[in-house]
Design a protein. Structure first.
Length: 138
């Protein structure tokens, strides 16, 4: 892995952050039934994903790259449980990607990028735990 490959990988992460935010906003708007009380938490997750996107956007530019405007796939459902499962799957995938990205930053001796990614990773792990609790609560 070199710096350019890391920038490319960070752009893929950026596209996933954009998609996660959109997905959370949509899910918060349409979630209903006994799960309606989780709408605010989904909005909080969306705000975190936007913060991650901004952080990645700025860091990619700092590294000399051009931040992507691509958006990864977005998943929707009209039922609350599949929505929450879609969100959980997205968080689990993000966790795996960020764990890999942290290792890649370490491999090229980039502690600044590593620190940024560890902060994002901690948020994604928190989101996954929230979603697991939501699915278990009902």
């Amino acid at each position: 892995m070199n710096k350019q490959e890391l920038i490319s990988a960070l752009n893929e992460d950026l596209a996933r952050e954009y998609a996660a935010a959109i997905q959370y906003y949509q899910h918060a708007a349409v979630i209903d039934g006994v799960y309606f009380s989780f709408a605010k938490e989904l909005l909080d997750h969306a705000a975190d994903e936007i913060k991650h996107a901004q952080t990645l956007n700025d860091h990619i530019a700092y590294l000399g790259g051009v931040p992507s405007v691509k958006v990864a796939d977005i998943f929707t459902s009209s039922d609350a449980v599949p929505m929450l499962r879609q969100d959980l799957l997205g968080e689990q995938e993000a966790i795996a990607e960020y764990q890999q990205r942290v290792a890649q930053a370490r491999a090229i001796a980039d502690p600044g990028t590593e620190a940024i990614l560890l902060e994002i990773l901690a948020d994604e792990e928190h989101h996954a735990n929230d979603l697991k609790s939501m699915l278990e609560d009902r």
